[in-house]
Write a protein that binds this ligand. Sequence first.
Ligand code: ZN
Ligand code: ZN
Length: 241
Amino acid sequence: MAPEKSRPRPKPHLTSEHQGFFTREKNLQRAAYNALIVYRIKDAYRRGRYRSRTKPLMHPVHRHKIHPLMQQWDVSVNPHARNVASQHLKFYDTAIGLAIRNLHSTRGIPIPLWRDVRAQGVICSVCSCVFSCDGYTDHLSAEDVCRNWHAAQQVKNRNLPNKKTPAHTTELEESLHEEWFDSMAPTMTALLEWNSRVGIPRDVWVLVSTSEKQCLDCNLVRSLQAHEHHLVHGVCPATIL
Ligand SMILES: [Zn+2]
Ligand SMILES: [Zn+2]
């Protein structure tokens, strides 16, 4: 007998009282990710094609003014783009939440921290969306049922893989939610949903978790917009003595 099957889990007593967070239609839409986009972006990222000094590939998020997959999180297309994220800020001040915010600010984050954040992605076997470890755990009921899915179904594996939780590397800054939300980039909105019980589709996760820009002078990584904001007349402040 396979050892992983040995631990019996309580059977959820389900259906009648289960009310999924999303409708059936929305769930099917979220679960049906574009596998070709996922493969292509992951492959190019792994090969360093977006960071190549000689012939860098332009990342799809940077190539489009608004990438078709990002429209839902862009206020210029969807006036309610920030509503969901603004209602699910339970993990806004954790190390992961802070890293997401600093990634989208002139502060930036070190590459190892960004790597730890990216390594947190957990895919739910029921709703097929991706979550941070905190978001994943929070989206399950006490009986391991995915609370987002329209029908009550237990996830295959409750135990999270061994994920390293990043330590706080910077001080928490006194900032009101509103300050961030006023100018929030679509990639940040999507990442905040990823770091909550809402989760995001798999193709969107691959897009937002690879659309980084590393500064070759200060070595910190930021969103493209934040990278441009941290430059002073086109020069990284770290090079100005
Ligand atoms: Zn789920
Ligand atoms: Zn820099």
